[in-house]
Design a protein around this ligand. Structure first.
Ligand SMILES: [Zn+2]
Length: 365
């Protein structure tokens, strides 16, 4: 059997990592197109220009806010005009996805600098494209992962703590989904099963967030960089990214996708909905009591949702929850990578049971 794993070209992380951006960019070119979102323009632009002081030909573009084809086309046009030879994307998820897509169109190397640790998307060879109005349009599968992912933990530490916690929710799913794919010999994001390395990295991701999640949250609340924060940022960004792309996805992300059917969940972030997907998947896949206890206790300790009410679904009807379940089980969904029998009814039951268990625990606390 053929197995496949994919990786970013280089991963750099630490407090003030941004200061070596020029050194990293110089490995690829001298004329970077730098894509910054509004937050970066307002708070970090001076640090970025200082880091690129040796590159007077750098062109700076402010990202408009939506990763739409229109925005990507504009970035490509600016890149062509400036004859850029490397693209640098700095900001939140949509800025990074648009930068990846623009770099691909420009046939330039791409350096990715996330300013939050809220998902595992930075390392991936994937961009999510939306319409100009912000509705999901399509996935753009890129031929290779970013050339550099550079994470400045001093920037991450100053972001609102909810970003880090959401990233922990996304990372919580990684091992469970990689484990299911390994048992089923299901495909990862490349269309082939992942090797044992991907499974081991997913396991390290789980162990790391359980050990250091609470301590990392405390560090961000203190706007401080500690070793625990470094571990969790690495787990949220690198380990979870490698784990999902090369290990594979299964029920947790499919249930997340089902939850997006209900507009009440739209105010909640990807990792928060994924956490509910993890909790429901524990019941769907028949995990033992000790494991269910471990995951619920962990979610409550870091402030991830543990009931449907925590996701804006206090008054959700059976019909609505069935829509979620049907969405999760749509043909081609990753839930079919689970080694157990799945059906909309089984997912519905798992969601109802996870909610009862979450509420039982909340009243005990
Ligand atoms: Zn995810």
């Amino acid at each position: 059997m053929l197995t496949t794993a994919i990786f970013p070209g280089r991963y750099v992380q630490g407090a003030h990592a941004l200061s070596i951006l020029g050194e990293e960019a110089a490995r690829f070119g001298t004329r970077p197109l730098v894509v910054e979102d509004a937050f970066v323009v307002n708070h970090l632009h001076d640090s970025v220009t200082a880091a690129l002081a040796d590159m007077p030909a750098a062109t700076f573009e402010q990202f408009g806010g939506e990763c739409s084809q229109n925005e990507i086309d504009q970035l490509v046009e600016q890149g062509r005009k400036a004859s850029c030879d490397v693209v640098i994307g700095i900001g939140g998820g949509k800025t990074l996805d648009a930068s990846k897509a623009a770099a691909h169109a420009l046939e330039c190397p791409i350096i990715i600098i996330p300013t939050i640790a809220s998902t595992d998307a930075p390392c991936s060879a994937l961009s999510v494209i939306y319409t100009s109005e912000g509705a999901f349009e399509r996935y753009l599968i890129l031929p290779r992962n970013p050339d550099v992912v550079l994470v400045d933990t001093a920037i991450i530490a100053r972001a609102p703590v909810r970003f880090l916690v959401a990233g922990i929710g996304d990372a919580l799913s990684t091992w469970f989904e990689a484990e299911s794919c390994q048992i089923k010999r299901a495909s990862n994001m490349t269309g082939r099963p992942g090797p044992m390395s991907a499974h081991a990295l997913a396991g390290l991701c789980y162990d790391t967030i359980l050990e250091y999640g609470m301590l990392a949250k405390a560090a961000v609340e203190a706007q401080s960089v500690t070793p625990a924060l470094e571990h969790v940022v690495e787990a949220n960004t690198l380990l979870s990214g490698l784990g999902f792309e090369s290990g594979g996805l299964a029920a947790c992300h499919a249930i997340h996708n089902g939850l997006t059917v209900l507009k009440q969940t739209h105010d909640y972030w990807h990792g928060e909905k994924v956490a509910i997907g993890v909790l429901a998947a524990l019941f769907l896949t028949g995990k033992p009591t000790a494991q269910i206890d471990e995951v619920f206790t962990f979610c409550a300790s870091v402030g991830l949702p543990t009931t449907l009410a925590d996701l804006g679904l206090k008054d959700v009807t059976d019909e609505q929850l069935m829509q979620v379940a049907e969405g999760a089980c749509a043909p081609g969904e990753t839930i079919h990578n689970e080694p157990v029998e799945v059906s909309p009814e089984a997912v519905f039951w798992a969601l109802r049971t996870m909610d009862v268990e979450g509420r039982r625990r909340a009243t005990m606390a």
